[in-house]
Write a protein that binds this ligand. Structure first.
Ligand SMILES: Nc1ncnc2c1ncn2[C@@H]1O[C@H](COP(=O)(O)OP(=O)(O)OP(=O)(O)O)[C@@H](O)[C@H]1O
Ligand SMILES: [Mg+2]
Length: 403
């Protein structure tokens, strides 16, 4: 077999083609949701699980079949107008291909002024909402967003088609007007019989509140939790990718999944590093997995260190206790050893860290409580390992003497 220099795993951004595997049931369900007129599906799950890649697979299949769907990622928007622009740009890129008059149609239907500029990627002319609107108050900005979605709904109606819109990290709407913004979104999507919406997100505390009684999505959406891939399947896939890339002896998939935990990206990241370490010798063993994991932690030192520096001393101490402790967070010895003050402040800080995405208290997919002695676990296995390696000595615990 020829040894490949090319890594068979990718971790930057979304994956497609041979770098993407499985998720057949999820893709089927998303295709149905994005093509059924007026349907509304909420896809929620932990970070780094593969949501966006899977949605894009569904969208590609829909467009290949001659129907219409697109994704707009809300995560980088700084204003509600930016969201409107993202939707406008993606709609124009995807729908403008098949429907020649789409851009002029949508421009004529928008209730806000629009400028036309070339897309830096393709040179195609794309509409965007007048940038002066970014300085207006949040309510007015949200009207611009509503106007974009209304216009798309109208065009779909005129053409007697359904348009599937996936709003990725949709919970970010909260930044632009809190619960009022969430209710605005509800009002808008509720009216749109010609659009099917897929709302995807990962900020559990925001999404959970929205679907509860009195929340903006209550009884509006079908729910689809997005969880880990079957571990045996993923382990076999890793081994077969390694072997196809020239690693003759590769039976490390299960160990990689075990070391990296449930998030697909973390698993693929260790697999990627494992290939780098082993492709020249052509054999991968469990020692290579430990080395791969440690290399990732060291390579990400700067990133993890700057992450650490954004935290208060009390938060850092709680994280140390969670990383090191084999006793309850609020036991007398843990509070004392890690300088956590009272049990009330320790729990408050731990809960802030849960909200901030550093710790988890229950598995976001299965909703089962974390089994660790402290009752908390790290969101990232690499951050946990970094903390154990570099910060426990600060308080006199050597890394191999973790309580
Ligand atoms: N089905 C898959 N097959 C192979 N690799 C995958 C798959 N799903 C996810 N991954 C890995 O996880 C990484 C992140 O995927 P993606 O961005 O789709 O996840 P996400 O849940 O949207 O993450 P985020 O929470 O950061 O938005 C990919 O770059 C890839 O390494
Ligand atoms: Mg994503």
């Amino acid at each position: 077999m020829i040894k490949s220099r090319f890594n068979p795993f990718r971790i930057h951004g979304v994956v497609e083609g041979e770098y993407f595997t499985n998720r057949t049931n999820e893709i089927e369900r998303m295709i149905t949701a994005l093509t059924e007129p007026g349907s509304k599906l909420l896809v929620y799950g932990p970070r780094r699980m593969g949501k966006t890649s899977t949605i894009l697979q569904a969208i590609a299949r829909i467009n290949d079949a001659g129907e219409q769907a697109f994704l707009a990622d809300l995560s980088t928007a700084s204003t509600a107008v930016d969201i409107g622009n993202k939707i406008l740009a993606e709609a124009s890129r995807i729908l403008g291909k098949g429907w020649k008059s789409f851009i002029s149609d949508i421009v004529s239907k928008l209730s806000v002024s629009v400028s036309l500029t070339p897309d830096p990627g393709t040179g195609a002319i794309l509409p965007s909402v007048d940038f002066n609107l970014r300085e207006r108050d949040a309510a007015e900005q949200r009207k611009a967003l509503t106007s974009v979605l209304d216009a798309i709904n109208e065009i779909a109606g005129e053409r007697e088609k359904t348009i599937g819109i996936a709003l990725d990290e949709f919970q970010e709407i909260h930044k632009f007007g809190g619960e009022t913004a969430e209710w605005d979104l509800r009002g808008t999507i509720q009216r749109h019989g010609n659009i099917s919406y897929l709302l995807a997100g990962s900020k559990e505390h925001l999404i959970h509140r929205m679907v509860l009684n009195k929340g903006a999505l209550y009884k509006l959406v079908d729910k689809m939790p997005f969880g880990p891939m079957d571990t045996e399947y993923l382990a076999d896939w890793i081994d077969s990718r390694l072997r196809a890339a020239g690693i003759k002896k590769a039976k490390v998939g299960a160990a990689i999944v075990g070391a990296a935990g449930p998030r697909t990206r973390d698993v693929v990241q260790v697999a990627r590093k494992c290939f780098d370490l082993t492709h020249s010798k052509g054999v991968a063993t469990s020692d290579d997995i430990d080395e791969a994991f440690n290399d990732i932690v060291d390579e990400e030192y700067d990133l993890l260190f700057s992450h650490w520096n954004t935290l208060t001393a009390h938060q850092q101490n709680v994280l140390r206790a969670v990383a090191a402790g084999n006793k309850g967070l609020t036991t007398h010895s843990t509070l004392k050893r890690f300088g956590l003050g009272t049990s009330g402040t320790a729990v408050n800080t731990a809960n802030t860290l849960v909200k901030g995405g550093h710790l988890i208290k229950k598995d976001p997919y299965s909703q089962k409580r974390v089994k660790s002695p402290t009752g908390y676990e790290f969101d990232s296995p690499f951050f946990k390992s970094w903390l154990m390696k570099y910060t426990l000595e600060d308080i006199g615990l050597i890394p191999d003497d973790r309580e």
